[in-house]
Design a protein around this ligand. Structure first.
Ligand SMILES: *Cc1c(COP(=O)(O)O)cnc(C)c1O
Length: 545
């Protein structure tokens, strides 16, 4: 076993074994650093992703008969990193994080002691960190920390799933025995994330019982449409169970009016004698902006520009309402810049968990001893990684102000990007409100977004503009190694003048997510788009001739 022990860290803390592992870590950092190039998106050269790439991988794969030396193992791993996208200043596509140093260290510590977040006896560090970040963030968003609870889980999608589970159990406490009632309905905006779609499918509620509500100009849910659709469900004998309030849509950062939503659900509950309707704030994208809930815009201590303040003041009014939701989520691995997966699901009232908790007799091997007092038998996972450690580390290292700086910069850069792109490129329109994301759409000739948005274009015209943008996305995609813009095939739906079939709008996306995406870089982003648009228009002209 002596040979096998060499594959493990020491048990006595001897320096020799410590230096050994540190030397590998140092080697990893050095080699990755050597692959970094601030003018490119990728770490070194991308492998050739030929059509048979994964087939070749499948054919060659085999567990080695004898273990490799550690150096060779590390080299094999570093080979996988070559060509990896790296979230530097050239990445403006999606909400992908560049994990901050504190979160990397928090993760490392968690791995070194390898706590199991299931039970504090098996993972005391993560348990305390989880309780602590739950309290910290409850206070930040305005939940009562003595009543609320929370736990880290599998992403913003996991939070939606678990919130739906809580909603079902609260509405029908016997559902764990009898199954889910078949006349319950869920509501979400038509631009909400597909998390709810998957969740109604997996809980057995069924997709037919998920009602999509129209959005308004600002990509937030149209509450009149919500009320109408809920009333219709009630009139037909159905029961509204759950509303998903999207706080920052994934593509356009639309923010639902949670206070208005709450008013409507409460009215309907009273009028129709319904159980409380569950509201989950899907704040996976926008939740970090609750860090401005208490910011003093009058005195503006961090001295943000007026335009940035205007956006953030507006956010403050909307995000403060998250406290009205029954649950919400912080996806730190989006705008909070931590490694995957670091999502904290926050529940307003820990009473909700009693409907889904396991009886001690169902968990014979953990949680039912005199020792240990934190046992998360109510989560859908059994063993859980202690990702609260990375969240805790980030909160300590950034503080509220650090996150405010980071989050305000996303806005600042977007404002500058919009101004520069509008000035430099004639045939483009910005198609959402100022936020960490700018969606923009090009036109074969002059831009006619206002007409298009107001439904004055024909179906054929819209389709042609969509195709124009789709093809241009391919042109940009070829050079994603230089600057990587995002795009979407359904920014929103618009009814054309000659049909009542609504048409999805294609758009490009600029997502300022890296701390290295700064004002100084704007001219480069815009020049890249301008150049490629000129090239695209020219080649198109040649083809058309
Ligand atoms: C990203 C996102 C999700 C899914 O979150 P994951 O952490 O990727 O599981 C859910 N809802 C919204 C609005 C999102 O933007």
């Amino acid at each position: 076993m002596k040979e096998m022990q060499k594959l493990f860290p020491s048990i006595d803390g001897n320096e020799y074994q410590r230096e050994e592992i540190i030397s590998h870590i140092k080697n990893i950092f050095t080699e990755i650093d050597e692959l970094k190039d601030p003018s490119k998106l990728t770490l070194g050269e991308m492998p050739e992703y030929t059509e048979d790439y994964y087939n070749r991988v499948i054919q060659q794969a085999m567990v080695p008969e004898m273990g490799l030396p550690m150096e060779d193992t590390v080299q094999k791993l570093l080979n996988l990193v070559k060509g990896h996208r790296y979230v530097n200043r050239n990445y403006v596509a999606n909400a992908a994080p560049l994990p901050n140093i504190a979160s990397i260290l928090g993760n490392l510590i968690m791995v070194l002691v390898n706590g199991n977040n299931l039970w504090d006896v098996e993972g005391p560090a993560a348990a305390t960190a989880e309780v602590e970040v739950t309290s910290m963030l409850s206070k930040l968003i305005g939940y009562d920390a003595t009543v609320s609870t929370g736990y880290t889980t599998w992403g913003g999608q996991g939070a939606v799933f678990q919130s739906l589970r809580l909603a079902i159990a609260r509405h029908a406490p016997q559902s764990n025995r009898n199954g889910v009632p078949n006349n319950v309905y869920c509501f979400c905006s038509e631009l909400s994330h597909y998390s709810l779609y998957k969740s109604v499918e997996a809980t057995g509620i069924g997709i037919d019982n998920m009602i999509r509500v129209k959005v308004k100009e600002d990509h937030s849910m149209d509450l009149e449409d919500l009320q109408e659709k809920m009333e219709q469900v009630i009139a037909e004998g159905g029961i509204p169970l759950y509303v998903l309030a999207t706080m920052g849509t994934t593509d356009t950062f639309g923010i639902d009016d949670l206070a208005g939503m709450k008013r409507i659900t409460e009215e309907l509950e009273q009028k129709n004698g319904l159980n409380p309707i569950y509201i989950h704030a899907d704040s996976a994208m926008g939740g970090m902006y609750t860090f401005f809930n208490e910011y003093d815009f009058e005195n503006n201590p961090l001295q943000f520009d007026e335009k940035v303040c205007d956006v953030l003041t507006n956010y403050q009014q909307k995000f403060r309402n998250i406290r009205l939701a029954d649950s919400m989520v912080f996806d730190f691995h989006k705008l909070g810049q931590t490694p995957y997966i670091t999502s904290l699901f926050l529940i307003k009232d820990k009473e909700y968990l009693k409907y889904v908790d396991l009886d001690a007799s169902e968990t014979p091997y953990v949680g039912n001893r005199g020792y240990g007092s934190y046992h998360t038998s109510y989560t859908l996972e059994c063993s859980r990684m202690g990702s609260a450690m990375a969240i805790y580390a980030s909160l300590l290292a950034f503080g509220v102000e650090g996150y405010q700086e980071l989050l305000a910069n996303y806005i600042r850069v977007n404002i500058a990007f919009r101004e520069a792109l509008t000035k430099e490129v004639q045939n483009v329109a910005m198609t959402n409100d100022i936020s960490p994301i700018t969606t923009f759409r090009f036109y074969p000739e002059a831009q006619k977004w206002n007409d298009e948005r107001d439904g004055h274009l024909t179906c054929e015209e819209m389709t042609e503009i969509n195709q124009f943008n789709d093809e241009f996305a391919e042109v940009l995609g070829l050079e994603r190694d230089t600057i990587f813009f995002g795009n979407t095939r359904k920014q929103r739906l618009i009814e054309p003048v000659n049909s009542d079939q609504r048409i999805p709008v294609y758009a490009h996306k600029f997502f300022a997510v890296s701390p290295y995406t700064t004002i100084e870089e704007i001219d480069r982003y815009v020049a890249f788009l301008k150049e490629h648009m000129a090239f695209y228009l020219k080649t198109r002209e040649q083809i058309l001739v």
